[in-house]
Design a binder for this molecule. Structure first.
Ligand code: SPV
Ligand code: MG
Length: 431
């Protein structure tokens, strides 16, 4: 009896999956793989059910002989242990980043004479609706809000990219890349005060008010499902911050990061070139405690950002603040630096982790950009935020296009570097 294997990434069974099983049965014994959470998150979408629930769901399908867990999205583990004669899949994996998975499966099966069977993917209104319902569930505030904590608890380094509009939100949501045989995507979005202000042509000095910042969050939330970390600047007056916390929670934002500065806030990357005043430990702790007392859900996180290294106050000051802010109730610590060398960040993380093994650490490697996510994780970092790279890449591209149109009195010379008209009008999915 031949073995036919298929891998499911789904939380809901629809006729497309049943069609695969029906086809699989014709070739032999049907084994279904349930992809583990870690790999689902890496390139597919966050599961809304547990692995155990998915295994149970797949076992109940008529025609399924066995369900196993697949731990590698590239199928290497399953092919080595099960040696299936066939791997069957919807033909949608022939295109896009998933084609690299198919190529790997074809190669591995060929080593012993196995084969891939592609069945036409089931596109119909019912299947489309189920997919949309699943996506909508992920976008709902109560599901989206808790996802940041879930990612951290899974021990996953939360790769976070800046978003300041619906469009940049879509880039954060949808970009998947294949590299050296693995697929990667971002886990979360950072609503940066710098980029939100810059997009509005305003300086990053808490000038863009909260109502406007909430509009940006809304625009992003309308078209995405990934969790959001909000850059709350100083948090403003404590009396105002408690309202901000409630609003963010209600919207489904997962975390706010507030920095220990007071008075006129300037962007940290100015360092000591401009006047910036650090709040005292007592002032910042009181704000954190008030925010924690105000929040109503258990999911929401208030993360304290320490500016001691930016303001050249030394490592001891940074560490003392970190422990004090955790004591005051902070759910995480963000340590910032504008040095090119990551040494002081690494030193902080190692010293913090000597005493505190659990509290999540967040870093923003804009200046110290040579260190990789894995290296940061090895020093205890949980969340890595790419805080401004989308804005910094888009702005020069737009500026150059504007200059060249002026220079040549027409748009032909810039055309080669533009997205095609067809792609721009189909970029946004319609319902
Ligand atoms: C932001 O993105 O607005 C930040 C991070 O606060 S930084 O610009 O590095 O200060
Ligand atoms: Mg900021």
């Amino acid at each position: 009896m031949k073995t036919v294997y298929t891998c499911f990434c789904t939380d809901v069974i629809h006729e497309g999956h049943l069609n695969i099983i029906e086809n699989a049965k014709k070739y032999g014994r049907v084994v279904v793989g349930a992809l583990c959470d870690k790999e689902l998150i890496r390139f597919n979408k966050f599961p809304t059910t547990t692995l155990e629930e998915r295994v149970k769901l797949y076992k109940e399908i008529d025609g399924v002989d066995e369900v196993i867990v697949q731990n590698d999205s590239m199928y290497n583990d399953v092919i080595a242990s099960l040696k299936p004669d066939y791997v069957i899949h919807g033909d949608n994996w022939k295109e896009g980043p998933e084609s690299s998975i198919r190529n790997n499966v074809v190669k591995k099966l060929a080593e012993y004479g196995g084969e891939v069977i592609d069945v036409p993917y089931t596109y119909n209104p019912k299947v489309k609706k189920i997919d949309a319902q699943l996506k909508e569930k992920l976008a709902m505030p109560e599901y989206r809000r808790k996802r940041l904590r879930q990612l951290i608890e899974m021990g996953h380094v939360v790769k976070t990219i800046e978003a300041h509009s619906g469009l940049t939100g879509l880039i954060a949501e949808k970009t998947v890349v294949e590299h050296e045989g693995q697929l990667y995507q971002f886990d979360a979005m950072w609503v940066s005060s710098l980029c939100d202000s810059t997009a509005k042509g305003k300086p990053d000095i808490e000038l863009v008010d909260m109502t406007s910042r909430f509009r940006t969050i809304d625009d992003i939330m309308e078209v995405t499902t990934k969790p959001i970390i909000f850059d709350g600047d100083t948090g403003g007056l404590t009396e105002h911050f408690v309202y901000t916390v409630r609003s963010l929670e209600r919207m489904g934002v997962s975390a706010v990061i507030i920095e220990d500065k007071k008075g006129l806030k300037k962007n940290s990357l100015f360092g000591t070139e401009v006047k910036q005043t650090q709040a005292t430990i007592e002032e910042m702790s009181a704000k954190i405690a008030a925010g924690k007392a105000a929040q109503l859900s258990d999911d929401f996180m208030i993360i304290a950002r320490i500016e001691s290294l930016i303001l050249e106050q030394g490592m001891e000051d940074a560490l003392a603040r970190a422990f004090a802010f955790v004591e005051a109730g902070a759910d995480g610590i963000m340590i910032h630096s504008r040095k090119k060398d990551p040494a002081e960040i690494v030193e902080f993380c190692d010293k913090f982790r000597e005493k505190d093994k659990k509290t999540p650490i967040v870093v923003v490697p804009s200046s110290f950009n040579t260190i990789t996510e894995d290296e940061l994780a090895a020093h205890g970092v949980n969340i890595v935020i790419y805080a401004n790279q989308l804005t910094r890449s888009a702005f020069p591209a737009m500026q150059k296009t504007a200059e060249d149109i002026l220079r040549y009195h027409r748009a032909k010379e810039v055309d080669d570097r533009l997205m095609s008209i067809k792609n721009i009008i189909t970029l946004i999915d319609e319902l």
